[in-house]
Design a protein around this ligand. Sequence first.
Ligand code: DX5
Ligand code: ZN
Length: 225
Amino acid sequence: MITISPSLLAADFSKLGQEVVDMYDAGAQWMHIDVMDGHFVPNISLGPVVVKSIRPSCDIFFDVHLMISDPVKYAPAFASSGADLITFHLEAVEDPAETIKAIRALGKKVGISIKPKTPAEAVFPYLPMVDLVLIMTVEPGFGGQRFMADMMPKLLAVKKECLRLELNVDIEVDGGIDTETAKQAVANGANVLVAGSSLYSKENYKAAVSELILSAEGALSSVNY
Ligand code: DX5
Ligand code: ZN
């Protein structure tokens, strides 16, 4: 099954709560919330207070993507603000295993993410400890960038390692996902699709989410693994 996680970064920030509800009503199961600190990435987005303010809008699953230098320090604030899953970057921490344990101790699902230049093998030791692996298909920091198709072998390598270890880990892709690139991502192992500009730029969110799901599910019949 394919999960769609619209990226809030591409929403209209003057009506964030409504933008979350509208994607939920359109059929998106998750909401991808990009947190940037101006240090790990060259952009600043939003913090726990914003997550808390949109939490009551609906029951959608909050997929919080921390692009910050000190995830262990800030994870508790995101957990108490309503995150369901907290994903940190492998490149940001000295001890990923300790970071995973710290987030797990907050009672939340844990994801680990890698930037385009980080090899697939870097996450292999942590696969048995996480719920999700997020493979970036753009350099983190900004929405609306071009999908990096050269990340597909990396995605496939992570998927194959999960299969080899018989792990039921979600594999998420983030950056430049639309109805075409989603097919490539799914064929190479992704089952959670983050999409910002390709969804929020559309007039009709329901049609946009449905088209993305349809296109992605169509690719399940031609998987490379
Ligand atoms: C980039 C963020 C993405 C971004 C995706 O640093 O992690 O989640 O919002 O946006 P699109 O889908 O527009 O590439
Ligand atoms: Zn993201």
